[in-house]
Design a protein around this ligand. Structure first.
Ligand code: GLC
Length: 575
């Protein structure tokens, strides 16, 4: 029996190794980051997360707007030898956790874990786990009984049974990950290990949304954000395009699949539907807003919720690596309507330039520009709609299916209104809260660089602000709030910490504004930050370059944009 199994594993292993030596090496590089604390053990399409707990592990499910504490499945799972001594975790690879060289834990498909004696191991072992109701289960593996399979239902229910397919499951799990890593972009030597980990993050964050069949959503984080957030999907697609353009297109398609009748794209597509207005806010979220004394917790009428209009920008990037014209035309129809929605339904003061009706629609939820009353006129939104109209004009010229001149004319008009927000004295683009100037000096004021059409004089001033050690020239740039702003905090979300997406947008803005050297420099500093901080976290302290305490880890767009910047810096990017 043992020989048969070893033979089966050997055959499957040899087959895989012939094609995937390289992928195996990249998987091993990624494995070095799988500490089971910041990066849990998981599988593409699976909702199961395995974290380190004492000598063993604990298991959770990953669910939309539910905390890990609410999603407990196994509070402890320990592997013991025959004498009862706990076997430590000796190695973690993307497809396996090894306990003391005796037992392997792997997946048996997306809905189950399996633990089995290692091939050839004569030893026996005891597997012991507790469920949140306190019940203890103890299984002995020896003789004919070499593995146990633990099925975990969507309702977090647990069932177990003896298994004789453990080695086949191990091989199948390894094959899934090797296939994934075979697509990992090859980059500059010093960036390869972090690129491998970031590529793991993107694969690890794949879930199925039950209402959408077999579609694969790469979520921002299986730990904290389980759904497809509109602008996260754009950034994630921009990273994925380098290794898996199909999956990149799938993200955009899901993001564009549920526009409202008037063209608005939803903030989030999730397993229960969409989050498109304040009426759809999950109770926990609304409660947090109430506790913070926020006026937006209970608006008198539903407020639309969306994310910034960077859809055409993302589409253009995804098409750069692989043209898909028919598909692109279909998506463009939706993007055009969403762009029109901003002007028709979200120009809340009727001056011709759209406003944010809710902080969530900006993606920079907690930025001090939203401390005052709504709606908020914001230079980032002005810049994004100009950029999107320019992209739409280019697409109209390419496909001959829309009025390019109309898009350019609107871009020009909006640019004029955007320039009205320039404060020459302070050298910044200001936001306005319900018509009143906001004093805050934040990263949104750098986004007009993206238009590529600012007067040189203004570009010079923004470049100077980026270098200024009192403003954005932090040890680890670019802080989301200027260092000398009274609202600056190095740790609070969107009130100081560095985010990889805003950095990537500033990189793109510098390039669009003819400052390619500075763009390159910021790209280098951004990948250096992620490596210094130990991974693609959600946001980073701009003073220390470490993960901010409240930031989540293994974060989708940080991983994707690290990959995108790394490919660019390695000379292989097409843009
Ligand atoms: C936070 C961010 C927002 C992002 C979402 C999902 O709410 O502020 O920009 O889209 O998380 O990652």
């Amino acid at each position: 029996m043992a020989d048969d199994r070893a033979d089966f594993a050997g055959r499957v292993g040899a087959q895989l190794r012939i094609e995937t030596t390289d992928a195996a090496a990249i998987a091993a590089l990624a494995g070095e980051h799988l500490d089971l604390v910041r990066a849990p053990f998981t599988l593409p399409r699976s909702r199961i997360l395995v974290f380190r707990e004492g000598d063993g592990v604990r298991v959770h499910t990953s669910e939309y707007e539910r905390s890990l504490a609410e999603c407990r499945v196994l509070d402890t799972l320990i592997v013991r030898d025959r004498g009862g001594a706990a076997q430590p975790i000796t190695r973690v690879l993307p497809h396996v956790i090894e306990f003391g060289g005796v037992v392997d834990l792997t997946f048996a498909g997306p809905g189950a874990l399996t633990l089995g004696l290692r091939a050839g191991a004569e030893a026996a072992a005891i597997i012991e786990w507790t469920t949140p109701d306190g019940a203890l289960t103890r299984i002995e593996l020896h003789g004919e009984n070499t593995a146990v399979r633990i099925d975990i239902g969507a309702d977090r229910g647990v069932r177990h049974a003896a298994s004789d397919s453990h080695l086949a499951d191990l091989a199948a799990t390894e094959a899934i990950w090797l296939d994934w890593f075979s697509r990992c972009p090859r980059v500059r030597r010093d960036l390869q290990a972090m690129t491998a980990f970031c590529w793991w993050v993107l694969g690890a964050n794949i879930v199925e949304l039950p209402t959408l069949g077999r579609a694969r959503a790469v979520v921002p984080s299986k730990i904290g954000y389980v759904g497809l957030w509109q602008w996260d999907a754009y950034f994630i697609a921009v990273g994925l395009r380098h290794g898996d353009p199909d999956l990149a297109r799938e993200q955009l398609e899901l993001a564009f699949r549920f526009p409202s009748p008037d063209g608005q794209l939803p903030d989030v597509v999730h397993e229960l539907g969409v989050l498109a207005t304040s009426d759809d806010l999950p109770p926990g979220d609304r409660e947090n807003l109430r506790r913070a004394g926020s006026a937006i917790a209970d608006p008198s009428a539903p407020v639309p919720l969306t994310k910034p209009p960077l859809a055409a920008w993302a589409l253009a990037k995804v098409l750069e690596v692989e043209p898909a014209d028919d598909w692109a035309r279909e998506q463009l129809a939706t993007i055009r309507r969403s762009q029109d929605w901003w002007f028709a339904e979200s120009d809340l003061d009727g001056d011709g330039m759209p406003e944010y009706g809710h902080p969530y629609s900006s993606g920079l939820d907690d930025s001090p520009i939203f401390d005052g009353p709504l709606p908020t006129t914001a230079p980032d939104l002005g810049a994004y709609v100009v950029l999107q109209d320019l992209e739409l004009a280019r697409f109209a010229e390419r496909f001959g299916d829309a009025d390019a001149a109309a898009h350019r004319a609107r871009a020009e008009r909006t640019l004029g209104l955007l320039l009205d927000l320039w404060d020459d004295e302070r050298g910044l683009f200001r936001a306005r809260a319900a018509g009143t100037d906001v004093a805050s000096d934040t990263v949104v004021g750098l986004m007009p660089l993206l238009t590529g059409h600012l007067p040189e004089r203004i570009v010079d001033r923004l470049v100077a602000a980026l270098a200024d050690e009192r403003r954005f020239g932090a040890a680890w740039a670019v802080p989301t709030v200027a260092l000398d702003d009274p609202d600056f905090s190095p740790e609070r979300m969107w009130r100081g910490p560095v985010w990889v997406n805003t950095n990537a947008l500033v990189v793109a803005g510098l390039r669009a504004s003819g400052r390619a050297g500075l763009a390159l420099d910021l790209a280098e500093r951004t990948v250096a930050l992620v490596m210094h901080g130990g991974g693609p976290h959600e946001y980073f302290n701009p003073i220390t370059g470490e993960k901010a305490a409240t930031a989540t880890t293994a974060f989708g767009w940080s991983a994707a944009l690290f990959v995108d910047l790394a490919v660019g810096l390695s000379g292989a990017a097409r843009s």
